[in-house]
Ligand binder design. Structure first.
Ligand code: PEP
Length: 267
C-alpha cells in the first residue's frame, strides 16, 4: 500500500523516491477542466494500490486547478507542461513557478520536444526554465532527444550532450529534484518506439555524462518517452537504466494509463 505522507502531497517539493518508477502523463493541449477532472478522478482510484509506481500528470494550464482539486490528498502528482524563468512581468502566455505551486503543482516539464521544435525554444531558454523550476521548488522533468536526421547522421550522443551541457554543471544541490526524460523526437506521437538497444544506449550515455560532471552523485531517474503504450512498455521498463515513462497519447486513456501502471508494478 502506498503511504500518503501528507494531505497536501501534490505540493510536495522533490521527494523523488529512487525505488519507485515514475509514470508521467503529458496531456499536451487535451482535456479542459471538466474532462480533465474526470480522468484525474479515475486515476485517483488507481494510484493508492501501486507499490512501486508513482503517477504524475501534466494537464494544460487551464485544467490544472480542477485536476488539483480532485487529486489533493492522493498520491497523484500534478505538474505543468512548461514554466517561465521570471516570477512575474510582461511575458504573455507564460506562467511562473510560484503560480504553478499555488495552483497545486509539484513538478514541471521543461524542454519538451514540441517546445523545442514547434515553438523554437533553444537550449539557453530551456536551461533558464529548468534552473528557475528547480530553484522555485518544482521537481523538473528535463526532456532531451535527437531528431531522426541527427540519429541517421550518427549524432545522437553529441546532441544529448549539447542539450545537457547547460544544466549539468549547475545542478548538484538540486539534483535530487531533477528527472531526465529521453524522448527521441522521431518517436513522439508517431507510433514508432525506439528499440530496446537504442533506449539502453541513450540512457547509458546520459548516465555517463552525468557521472562525468558529478562523479559522487547518483544520476537522476531517466524516463523514456516516445509512443509508449501497453504493448511496448514491458521491455522498456524492464531495463535497469529506465526509471519510468513520459507518456503522451496513452496517458489520455484511463485504461491505457492504468495498464502501463500495472506493467510497471510487475516489472
Ligand atoms: C510526450 O508527449 O512526451 C510523448 C512521448 O508523447 P507520445 O507518448 O504520444 O509519443
Amino acid at each position: 500500500m502506498h503511504v500518503v505522507s501528507s494531505a497536501n502531497h501534490s505540493r510536495k517539493y522533490g521527494g523523488i523516491t529512487k525505488t519507485m518508477n515514475i509514470l508521467a502523463g503529458n496531456w499536451k493541449m487535451n482535456l479542459g477542466p471538466e474532462q480533465g477532472a474526470v480522468l484525474a478522478r479515475a486515476l485517483t482510484e488507481v494510484a493508492p494500490s501501486l507499490n512501486k509506481t508513482e503517477l504524475w500528470i501534466a494537464p494544460p494550464f487551464l485544467t490544472v486547478a480542477s485536476v488539483a482539486e480532485v487529486t489533493t490528498g492522493t498520491p497523484l502528482r500534478v505538474g505543468v507542461q512548461n514554466i517561465h524563468w521570471e516570477e512575474s512581468g510582461a511575458f504573455t502566455g507564460e506562467i511562473s513557478t510560484s503560480m504553478a505551486r499555488e495552483s497545486g503543482c509539484s513538478f514541471a516539464i521543461v524542454g519538451h520536444s514540441e517546445r523545442r521544435h514547434v515553438f523554437g525554444e533553444d537550449d539557453n531558454m530551456i536551461r533558464s526554465r529548468a534552473l528557475a523550476a528547480l530553484s522555485g521548488e518544482l521537481t523538473t522533468i528535463f526532456c532531451i532527444g535527437e531528431t531522426l536526421e541527427s540519429r541517421e547522421a550518427g549524432e545522437t550522443f553529441r546532441i544529448l550532450e549539447e542539450q545537457l551541457k547547460g544544466i549539468l554543471p549547475e545542478v548538484s544541490d538540486s539534483a535530487r529534484h531533477l528527472v531526465f526524460a529521453y524522448e527521441p523526437v522521431w518517436a513522439i506521437g508517431t507510433g514508432k518506439v525506439a528499440s530496446i538497444k537504442e533506449i539502453e544506449e541513450a540512457h547509458g550515455a546520459i548516465t555517463e555524462l552525468w557521472k562525468s560532471h558529478h562523479p559522487t552523485l547518483d544520476c537522476p531517474p531517466i524516463l523514456y518517452g516516445g509512443s509508449v503504450n501497453p504493448d511496448n512498455f514491458e521491455g522498456i521498463i524492464a531495463l535497469p537504466n529506465v526509471s519510468g515513462g513520459l507518456v503522451g497519447g496513452a496517458s489520455l486513456s484511463e485504461e491505457k494509463f492504468r495498464k502501463l501502471a500495472e506493467i510497471s508494478e510487475a516489472s
